[in-house]
Design a binder for this molecule. Structure first.
Ligand code: AHR
Length: 494
């Protein structure tokens, strides 16, 4: 039944490593992304460890989050790190001018962020303040965090942390073309050179510097950044959000959509492939060896805020459609793993396409969370080329290949295959030729749900969750998989 698709996995022609940094998470001081979602401080009614809620941290640990990007986003270019250290009662209360105009108590600062990293088991990707800070302020923050000795190291020790922290990744501002300072590309690239000069790692350590990259298809920005600042950089970022219903400002509802909205969003997710191809081509001009990586450090669906939620908090529900948006992106990054070595979905908790939603003491895992959990074997695995011949799925003006997929060999030698059926109406039987795979068995899990907009709520948290999958079988050197309509399937070959 349903549509037929054929594919070949060339395990005998292994590709690049699927860097685990592609599973980086992003936590901004925005809405309940930090306060309420991660940090509950002294609120004894929500079980926590040193202020961070145990339920959320434990769920994040199960994703093996490698890195967390913080404190923004747009917030980063107005954040002054000195306001977030020392006794909490003495920290200034500011206004979060970007996000809802609410007060920012500075309760979560540098020390608290590193405590979160310790609990989650992740590493730091700090976004520095270029837009409204100075090179000196940025340099001193780096020194405060990483220096083994000196007055800033002593101040750090006085504030409770003697040993330096490790800061492997540092962002030189954020969206300098917009909220980070409304700069023109050449100016931003010059500023990036200037600020990057003062980001200094102590002897024996390394800080990878990532430039604030382009918006969507602005390859002119990538060109200027690579040409002017490339030699000083390790990575250049790219931001692209899926905005169904006509782009900016976000107006599509997160839940109350029909098949038109489904197809619109999935076509938007497929666009990431083309964007990476274009930006990579520009990067190739200056860096054919691909020394500098592309960090797609903001991606995901951005809808209208859920009705009744606070303005500027970017709170949105997450449906089966978001699961497919996530799997399409993760497959896309596999095709570009030679250049894309980091990505960060926006954002980790309670904001935009989140892993986790909370409300007071309640917590629920989203369909997107489940995709990230199912794709865990991709972390640091070797990409195996997969060539897919699939019919098109069409709805109104949107047309796209019906099946998305990627394959990897994990470090334990096992082959993992991810396949998503974008068609919400028909199953799809995929016959995959396995070149260079000696498989004796196959097992898998599937994520699907009754409706395209099925989602998890605090009252019904398990409407969309992975289940055992029995629709795959080995037939000689072929793998035959029947994908249910609107599903994400992840298989492991034994
Ligand atoms: O993720 C929300 C916002 O989107 C970020 O703060 C900003 O970098 C981007 O415009």
């Amino acid at each position: 039944a349903g549509q037929p698709t054929t594919a070949t996995i060339s395990a005998d022609k292994p590709g690049p490593v699927y860097d685990k940094l592609i599973f980086t998470q992003f936590a901004e001081h925005l809405g309940n992304g930090i306060y309420g979602g991660l940090w509950v401080g002294n609120d004894k009614s929500i079980p926590n460890t040193n202020g961070f809620r145990n339920d959320v941290v434990s769920a994040l640990r199960k994703l093996s989050v490698p890195v967390i990007r913080w404190p923004g986003g747009c917030f980063a270019d107005e954040y002054h790190w000195r306001e977030g250290i020392g006794p909490k009662a003495q920290r200034p209360v500011k206004v979060n001018t970007h996000w809802g105009g609410v007060t920012e108590p500075n309760t979560v600062g540098t020390h608290e962020f590193f405590e979160l990293l310790r609990q989650v088991g992740a590493e730091a990707y700090i976004a520095g303040n270029v837009g409204s800070g100075t090179p000196q302020e940025m340099a001193e923050w780096v020194e405060y965090m990483t220096a083994p000795a000196g007055s800033l190291a002593e101040l750090r020790a006085k504030n409770g942390r003697k040993e330096p922290w490790s800061v492997p990744y540092f962002g030189v501002g954020n969206e300098l073309w917009g909220c980070g300072g409304n700069m023109r590309p050449e100016f931003a690239a010059d500023e990036t050179r200037r600020y990057a000069t003062f980001i200094k790692a102590p002897a024996g350590t390394r800080i990878m510097k990532i430039a604030a990259g382009a918006n969507v298809d602005d390859t002119n920005w990538t060109d200027a950044m690579m040409r002017v600042a490339g030699p000083m950089l390790d990575g250049v970022s790219l931001h692209y959000y899926v905005h169904p219903a006509g782009g900016w400002p976000p107006r599509a509802p997160a839940v109350d959509f029909d098949e038109h909205g489904w197809a619109d969003a999935l076509a938007g997710a497929r666009r990431m492939d083309d964007l990476i191809t274009k930006h990579s081509a520009v990067m190739d001009k200056y860096d054919p060896e691909k020394r500098i990586f592309l960090a797609v450090d903001e991606w995901g669906a951005w809808y209208a805020q859920d009705p009744g939620t606070k303005p500027g908090f970017l709170r949105q529900q997450n449906t089966l459609r978001d699961a497919l948006i996530a799997s399409i992106h993760l497959d896309t990054f596999a095709r570009h793993a030679d250049r894309v070595r980091m990505s960060a979905i926006a954002q980790m908790v309670n904001v935009l396409q989140a892993m986790i939603l909370t409300d007071g003491p309640k917590m629920v895992l989203t369909p997107t969370y489940h995709v990230f959990e199912m794709y865990k074997p991709w972390q640091d695995a070797t990409v195996l080329p997969i060539d897919i011949e699939t019919p098109q799925y069409t709805k109104d003006e949107f047309t796209m290949p019906a099946v998305s997929g990627s394959a990897v060999r994990s470090r334990d030698g096992r082959v993992h295959v991810g396949l998503s059926n974008l068609d919400p109406n028909q199953s799809n039987t995929v016959t995959i030729k396995l070149d260079g795979v000696n498989a004796k068995g196959v097992s898998g899990r599937v994520l699907t749900a009754p409706a395209i907009n099925s989602h998890n709520t605090f009252d019904k948290p398990e409407v969309v969750k992975p289940a055992a999958f029995s629709g795959a079988r080995l037939q000689g050197d072929q793998l035959v998989v029947t994908l249910p309509a609107k599903s994400v399937v992840v298989l492991e070959l034994q």
